[in-house]
Design a protein around this ligand. Structure first.
Ligand code: HAM
Length: 425
């Protein structure tokens, strides 16, 4: 009977069958993080709301519409983290990481929360992993971050990965571009969606990646930022593209890619999987430079670069591509028991086998020998140990070779050693 309780809208259980996919993504990211020298960081799931208002940005959809916030009894406003970058920068500053050898390279994995309209691949609680490099301005880092994400997805056997890149300039060139763009968009204001009408004034760049059809049409002749970059930003972007070419990563330049968070400067990227009809699917990940964020949150002027991957979307893509994960657990020895005393002694013997490093299986909740042997067969166990009432009284145990069906009686107290010996042969 279905329970009257259900998971909160947009939040879901990750059931046992799905755990192996999540574990595979985590293990792959961890291995790659270790190779590229990133250290794991875990920040709390809640932060003071102001951190995201300031860090993620007051004009972003995240801050305007998607934060799960609450007031504590003491009157503080806290928010369930909608993304990881402001938290990592807060931790960098709070823990004096600015005094560590730079750059500081950190990665994280965990749950994030956004009050979005739930749909396929878009949840209110989702799992994200992220890599951030703080304290390095060289363009090689931009290319390396993109490469890391590409490598994770390739390692997970996902194909048709498409990388989109753009540069959105910096505090010197972007204001001029913003003005030019805003005056172009003002002439099209009538046809824009309600959100974008507001954005013309607040944040015209965001209109470029609005998914509404009327806004997509309005932007086709919009001035492009690549034509308005200052010399330094242009040189930086050129180098990033050269590095990507050098490492053989194919990418698509998307002059309208701006990303929805306020802290980005210079390089921005998104990684998608091409859909069956060639159209890009929802982004598996994205990121970019956030050269101004450390200073904005109270630190010194410190360049930084990073990105995040949506783990639930990756798991969905792995399932759609029928990627095989998780070896079935190998059980070398199955322990079957019969009768009260047999069951009692089995528990201790099972523990002894664990301590001796023998991979073992049991089915203590079953009493019929036939059904226990069926499970032993399913596990593909090489041996089954049978501990019945008589054996338990005599201090013996029966060892059955599952291939030949041959059975022999062994002493209970030495059986663990005996099995170890047989596997050494
Ligand atoms: P983001 O693009 O907002 O960037 O999120 C990164 C990825 O998280 C997305 O590409 C998507 O795969 C996944 N994601 C986001 N929202 C949802 C959702 N509601 N349901 C399922 N998956 C979702 C950031 O969060 C930045 N902090 C990335 C970054 C790090 N930039 C620099 N450093």
């Amino acid at each position: 009977m279905a329970s009257k309780f259900q998971a909160v809208t947009g939040m879901h259980d990750i059931l046992p069958d799905d755990q192996k996919y999540y574990e595979k993504v985590y293990e792959t990211a961890k291995e790659i993080a270790e190779f590229y020298n990133f250290s794991r960081i875990e920040t709390p799931i809640m932060e003071n709301s102001d951190l995201f208002v300031k860090g993620t940005g007051s004009t972003t959809d995240i801050v305007q519409k998607q934060m799960f916030s609450l007031k504590t009894k003491g009157g503080d406003s806290l928010t369930l983290r909608p993304e990881g970058t402001p938290s990592v920068v807060r931790s960098y500053l709070e823990n004096g990481m600015a005094n560590w050898p730079q750059p500081v390279k950190l990665w994280y994995y965990g749950p994030f929360f956004r009050y979005e309209r739930p749909q396929a691949g878009r949840f209110r609680q989702f799992t994200q992993l992220g890599f951030e490099v703080i304290g390095e301005k060289a363009s090689i880092v931009d290319a390396q971050i993109i490469q890391i994400y590409y490598n994770i997805l390739k390692e997970l056997k996902l194909n048709d990965i498409m990388i989109e890149v753009n540069s959105i300039g910096d505090g010197i060139c972007r204001p001029y571009y913003r003005k030019t763009l805003a005056s172009y968009l003002r002439s099209r204001e009538a046809v824009l969606c309600t959100d974008c009408k507001r954005r013309v004034k607040e944040n015209p760049l965001r209109i470029l990646d609005c998914k509404e059809e009327k806004c997509q049409n309005a932007k086709t002749q919009a001035p492009q930022i690549v034509d308005h970059l200052c010399d330094e930003c242009k040189a930086h972007f050129k180098e990033v593209l050269e590095y990507l070419e050098e490492i053989g990563l194919s990418y698509r330049l998307n002059p309208y890619l701006v990303r929805g968070l306020d802290y980005y400067s210079r390089t921005v990227f998104e990684i998608c999987q091409d859909g069956k009809d060639g159209a890009p699917m929802a982004a598996l990940g994205g990121g970019g430079r956030f050269d101004g964020l450390v200073k904005m949150l109270g630190g010194k002027d410190t360049p930084a670069m990073g990105g995040g991957l949506g783990v639930d979307r990756i798991v969905a893509a792995m399932k759609a591509a029928d990627v095989k994960v998780g070896e079935e657990k190998t059980v070398k020895v199955f322990l079957a028991q019969l009768g009260g005393l047999g069951k009692k002694k089995s528990l201790k013997l099972f523990e002894d086998m664990r301590q001796a490093g023998i991979s073992a299986g049991e089915s203590f909740d079953r009493d019929s020998l036939k059904s226990q042997l069926k499970i032993a067969d399913k596990y593909g166990a090489k041996f089954t140990l049978l501990l019945g009432q008589r054996e338990a009284l005599e201090g013996t145990i029966i060892l059955r070779d599952m291939e030949t069906g041959k059975q022999e009686s062994l002493k209970l107290e030495t059986v663990v050693q005996e099995i170890k010996k047989r596997f050494k042969k």
